[in-house]
Ligand binder design. Structure first.
Ligand code: ZN
Length: 269
């Protein structure tokens, strides 16, 4: 099942100077074929259809969840650790991106002028469906998962190096594109992630190349911080990271989920 948050747009009689105008607040929906069916919520015990629906052409997809936190992995693919001359970690190396960095599909990534090198990092992200805390070593994570989506862990590489910390480099507004949908029946085992810039493939990875499995990461994180419904746990980026320039279009494509597409623009600081 593909879950999304949609914002219906008014297509008939747009006001002067506007092609379309959002008229209804974003709501959760199940996507089936070319139709978005509104549901009361995406989590367990919800997903009751409200009766409202729209053709996909008449909605805008926004970020599929509103997380309380986005937990990311550094260096979870061997080749990516090597390309930045970093050792392979012995334990998951985690950091947070602020919820304020999250944007949805087609929203522009804004490059702050203080950075001269902002990179894309295409990733597969797990979305939490049920509160989980202090999971046991062998506990199954499936009951706690809502599904998976695509994430772009946009990073100001020069600031990351200068700071020796990740918070500023990865925390700018718009640095966490998320979506377009959450696939609840995602088959992680054979999945691939690829990143394209202006249509050219720049990154490719398979989940089998991950150093720490998604299960291991979520159990490990849950023993540090409680994961809430809607929280996002990104799984690291494969090799091939590279810079973004104003005017670029960057796409993160995960097999079985879809493609997260965002334009890139300079930020007017
Ligand atoms: Zn990353």
């Amino acid at each position: 099942m593909k879950l999304a948050r949609v914002q219906p747009i008014l297509l008939a009689s747009p006001p002067p100077h506007e092609e379309s105008r959002a008229t209804i607040a974003p709501c959760f929906a199940v996507l089936e074929g070319e139709t978005a069916f509104e549901i009361d919520g995406p989590f367990a015990g919800q997903r009751k259809r409200t009766g409202r629906s729209w053709p996909l052409a008449e909605v805008r997809l926004v970020a599929p969840v509103v997380p309380t936190k986005v937990v990311c992995q550094g260096r979870n693919y061997r080749e990516h650790a090597a390309e930045l001359n970093n050792p392979v970690p012995k334990e998951p190396l985690i950091f947070l991106k602020p919820p304020s960095s999250v944007i949805g599909p087609d929203e522009p990534i804004l490059l702050p002028q203080i950075s001269k090198r902002v990179d894309f990092e295409g990733e597969i992200a797990a979305v939490i469906g049920r509160t989980c805390s202090r999971l046991a070593e062998d506990e199954a994570i499936a009951p706690f998962l809502l599904g998976y989506t695509c994430l772009n862990d946009v990073t100001a590489r020069d600031l990351q190096k200068a700071d020796g910390r990740f918070t500023r480099a990865k925390g700018f507004d718009t640095f966490c594109p998320l979506g377009p949908v959450i696939e609840t029946e995602f088959d992680l085992a054979g999945a691939t992630v690829a990143t394209f810039v202006n249509g050219e493939r720049r990154q490719f990875g398979r989940t089998s190349e991950m150093i720490f499995s998604v299960d291991a990461i979520i159990r490990w994180v849950s023993r540090i911080m409680t994961l809430e419904p809607g929280d996002v746990v990104a799984t690291g980026t494969p090799a091939g990271v590279g810079p973004l320039e104003p005017g670029d279009v960057v796409e993160v494509a995960v097999s079985g989920i879809g493609t997260l597409r965002n334009p890139v623009a300079a930020r007017e600081d």
